[in-house]
Ligand binder design. Structure first.
Ligand code: URP
Ligand code: ZN
Ligand code: ZN
Length: 494
């Protein structure tokens, strides 16, 4: 701890929590970085008294879709300005959305395009994952390694969605490259053929309402694909991350593989804690507002996701913000004739992700504040190569934090949010606790309900490779066929 003074900003008397500790102290910020954490720091040029408030690391939302074309060709409602403003108002100071490759697109051009758009508009810091839908030999051997060196060290692959999915053979190729180059593969695990087959039967019978989306996307499709993804990762002896885990059985598959010592990471999202399949069963097409993939499930699955987030089976809690308006530009491409198969998949959640969990998890005693910091911030930084620059409150870290008023009650409505979606699936709920002041790299980004940072002032984060502990666990794994018979590349390097 240092207290040499001359701070740009001092935040005094706050109750600070990181993923490991809670203590009362002041924070001194200089040059965008935390320069001191201690008691009795001198006032800064800007000075905030945080007495009675909780000072938490800024959230990191490592799963959100921004200014992106979906697999069905639908453009998100949020661009890099509205998405980052919305994130900031909800206490998030870093996002990692996707640079999405569609088949036939060259990866370097895809990434350059996202860089251009984000640099012009983002108000907080951001990185990118890739969405990889066309793993050609050139992409695998040339483009991916180059992009990993440029700090895009994770990529998402889909086991479903006709226009995005890769097959198991391709996934093995992708895992091999990720392993060799030190990147992390994120898997959308749902069995495409099960979903397609059920969906066809439903439509043939005239069952086209939004609620049938949750029938087609059966929990079995999720757990089967999760199990298969784990088996493929196990064959290759590489870590993977299962994104947006929704169902009880999928949580169990993840848990069982971790119990075997496998480096399987997993994430879940607000929609799997706070929504249910029955929310899709509303008059007319209203249920489309709750449609995402995998869909929200039942009470038992909600409980399993809560337990997984608390006990460490699920390390991260992201929004999977996939913003589509409730009109022909998004959810209802065929107007009143839209079937569950046509609806854009995804729900908004960037701004409410943290307040919902703070209110229902921390303040209702289901989750410690340290675990809240871990699943909303620190674990994202560790997993995606941003720690300790991001994800903690410590000397030398970026001054990214939010000052929460734990007593403030907020009535949620889409009108108070800063995204461009026009509805929220959480309309009408009341949450307690709100991030009233949000600091991004030492700049007061949000205060008194107003934005204070400029369009284009967010910075691209060149990320490192996933935490070394992941790689060590990988080397400790001993049952790899590849290691025994094919002389696996990682061992040769070691
Ligand atoms: O329904 C969802 N989750 N839409 C966004 C795309 C994805 O699969 O994450
Ligand atoms: Zn997905
Ligand atoms: Zn997503």
């Amino acid at each position: 701890m240092s207290s040499s003074g001359d701070f740009d900003l001092t935040v005094r008397n706050g109750r600070i929590s990181t993923a490991s500790d809670t203590f009362h102290a002041d924070i001194g910020v200089r040059g965008g970085v935390i320069a001191a954490v201690g008691r009795g720091l001198p006032p800064g040029r800007q000075d905030i008294d945080a007495a009675g408030h909780w000072v938490l690391p800024g959230g990191i939302d490592s799963h959100c879709h921004v200014e992106q074309l979906s697999g069905m060709g639908v453009m998100c409602a949020d661009d890099f300005y509205s998405a980052t403003v919305s994130a900031a108002f909800g206490g998030t100071t870093t996002i990692i959305p996707f640079a999405a490759q569609h088949r036939g697109n060259a990866l370097p051009e895809v990434v350059a395009d996202y860089h251009r758009r984000a640099a012009e508009k983002a108000v907080i810091d951001y990185g990118f994952h890739l969405i990889l839908s066309d793993p050609t030999e050139h992409a695998l051997q040339h483009d991916l390694p180059a992009l990993i060196r440029e700090g895009i060290t994770s990529f998402k692959v889909y086991m479903t969605y006709e226009r995005l999915k890769i097959d198991d053979y391709q996934l093995l190729d992708v895992l091999e490259v990720a392993d060799r180059e030190g990147a992390l593969v994120m898997v959308h695990a749902e069995n495409n053929d099960m979903i397609r087959w059920i969906a066809r039967k439903l439509v043939d019978r005239g069952m086209t309402a939004p609620k049938y989306h949750a029938v087609a996307h059966t929990p079995l499709a999720e757990s089967e694909a999760t199990n298969r993804a784990v088996a493929l990762a196990r064959l290759m002896d590489v870590p993977i991350l299962i994104v947006h885990v929704a169902g009880l059985e999928a949580v169990r598959v993840v848990h069982a593989s971790q119990a075997l010592g496998l480096p399987i990471l997993a994430e879940s999202c607000p929609q799997y804690l706070f929504l249910r399949a029955e929310d899709l069963d509303l008059p007319g097409l209203e249920g489309a507002k709750y449609c995402c993939s995998p869909p929200p499930r039942d009470a038992a699955s909600q409980e399993a996701v809560w337990a997984g987030l608390v006990d460490g089976t699920l390390q991260m809690y992201s929004s999977d913000h996939a913003p589509y308006r409730f009109d022909e530009s998004g959810k209802l491409p065929k107007g009143q004739d839209t079937t569950f198969k046509d609806m854009a998949n995804g729900v908004p959640g960037l701004e409410l992700r943290m307040p919902l969990l703070f209110s229902e998890g921390v303040l209702k005693g289901r989750m410690s504040i340290e675990r809240f910091v871990a699943v909303t911030s620190a674990n994202h930084a560790r997993t995606y190569g941003l720690y300790p620059r991001k994800g903690t409150i410590a000397v030398g870290a970026d001054a990214d934090f939010a000052i929460w008023n734990p007593d403030r009650e907020v009535h949620v409505s889409s009108a108070m949010l800063h995204d461009q979606v026009g509805y929220t699936p959480y309309e009408g709920r009341t949450v307690r606790g709100w991030p009233e002041t949000v600091v991004s790299r030492g700049r007061i980004a949000v205060r008194d309900g107003k934005l204070h940072v400029q369009r284009g002032s967010g910075q691209f984060l060149k990320r490192g490779t996933p935490e070394p502990v992941l790689r060590q666990r990988l080397k400790g794994e001993s049952n790899s066929i590849l290691r025994q018979f094919l002389g696996k590349a990682t061992e040769e390097k070691a």
